[in-house]
Design a protein around this ligand. Structure first.
Ligand SMILES: Cc1cc2nc3c(=O)[nH]c(=O)nc-3n(C[C@H](O)[C@H](O)[C@H](O)COP(=O)(O)OP(=O)(O)OC[C@H]3O[C@@H](n4cnc5c(N)ncnc54)[C@H](O)[C@@H]3O)c2cc1C
Length: 353
């Protein structure tokens, strides 16, 4: 079976690795010149590690990543809550911190070891389904027929657009910011830190490695947003981004299937974007090989929807300025501070989501 995977982000790489592991020889293309150097997603969940363990990717990720041990919540400069990030019911007991470019690089290494190379500088420019196959056009020139196409080409997916699949949802107005920094001292090395300011701004620090953190804030200055002094040695990257919350109406149309950001996007609260893409891709690859594609769209649409809803609820509680949102946030902190079971369950929920 001739399978084309469009996009070599974490979703496309997972699809290609799993298809190859299960006996197919997919093509995987990307329009970029070379592998991405952007750190984007920083938290790998236990579920992703479990899925990627079959191909040997996980052991490389675990060897390089940093196990995040606890989460701290500050109200302005006051530490209001700390709880362990731990589950003993999962493949990996906590969340693994690693920049996305390293995750992608280790995946591409494993794929290369299986004999499949990413074809860079190859852009899918058009796609049309005809009898018995899908014709893909590359770089507005050469055309080739495939039995099946996987659109793992991100939020502005050409595959999705060519297939005429709607991507309903909404775009949030506020601008968020991000910075990858080398630090010494605060923020804590192996802890996820969330600071909620009286002003409504939220700032988050996630460990990326020894002495390296990802800072994110719901305003235009991720570094300046923190009310406490940060000991920053070097700023590796800084920028702003906007959040969209969208989900494709269907993930499958004939011989064309979507996975990852091509199928859904949401806020980074909860850090699930990349992880959902890995889960979509692993499920899709297994179904392609087993010839069981019916039901892929329904299953993954439902599973992803649950996470998008939880993530949106979390975003509203964490960033919300309404009385209800403030009450829910403080009530959660009070309950967790007085009941060890609530603290344990919070940490377990975060690891198992
Ligand atoms: C600033 C920022 C911070 C984030 N933080 C987190 C986080 O902490 N945790 C988390 O889980 N997620 C996070 N995300 C989201 C995460 O990065 C995405 O969910 C993830 O990258 C999706 O992977 P993907 O493979 O589906 O798509 P992408 O990573 O977007 O990859 C798509 C690939 O397709 C290629 N492509 C596109 N069109 C074509 C075409 N026509 N032909 C050929 N190739 C094409 C692109 O070049 C790209 O390489 C963040 C995102 C951003 C922007």
């Amino acid at each position: 079976m001739k399978v084309l995977v469009v996009g070599a982000g974490p979703t496309g790489l997972t699809a290609a690795i799993e298809l190859t592991r299960l006996g197919l020889s997919p093509r995987i293309i990307d329009r970029r010149d070379s592998a991405s150097t952007l750190s984007r997603a920083v938290g790998i969940t236990s579920r992703s590690l479990e899925l990627l363990s079959k191909s040997g990717v996980s052991e490389k990720l675990i060897a390089e990543g940093i196990a995040v041990q606890a989460a701290c919540i500050y109200l302005d400069t006051r530490l209001a809550l700390e709880f362990p990030l731990h589950s003993d019911r999962t493949y990996f007991p906590t969340i693994l911190g690693l920049p996305q470019d390293r995750t992608e690089s280790l995946m591409a290494q494993v794929l290369s070891g299986m004999g499949v190379e990413v074809e860079y500088q190859k852009e899918l420019t058009f796609l049309t389904e005809s009898e018995g196959g899908v014709v893909a056009q590359f770089n507005a020139g050469e055309e080739e027929r495939f039995d099946l196409v996987i659109g793992a080409d991100g939020i502005h997916s050409t595959v999705r657009e060519a297939a005429g699949i709607n991507y309903p949802g909404f775009d949030l107005e506020e601008e968020w910011s991000i910075a990858d920094v080398d630090t010494d001292g605060w923020p804590p090395k192996r802890k996820f830190t969330l600071v909620k300011m009286e002003s409504g701004v939220v700032a988050v620090a996630v460990p990326l490695g020894e002495g390296r953190h990802r800072l994110v804030a719901s305003c235009d200055d991720a570094i300046g947003a923190f009310p406490m002094a940060l000991d920053i040695k070097r700023v590796r990257r800084q920028g702003t981004f906007n959040i969209s919350v969208r989900q494709a109406e269907t993930y499958s149309k004939g011989r064309i299937h979507l996975a990852g950001d091509a199928a859904h996007c949401h806020s980074p609260v909860g850090g699930r974007g990349m992880n959902l893409g890995i889960a979509d891709a692993a499920e899709l690859a297994a179904r392609v090989v087993a010839g069981r594609l019916t039901g892929y769209s329904e299953l993954r649409h439902r599973e992803d929807k649950k996470v998008i809803n939880v993530t949106e609820h979390g975003r509203k509680i964490v960033t919300g300025q309404s009385l209800k949102a403030r009450f829910e946030f403080r009530a959660l902190i009070a309950a967790a501070n007085s009941l060890p079971t609530v603290r344990r369950k919070l940490g377990q929920f975060a690891v198992e989501l």
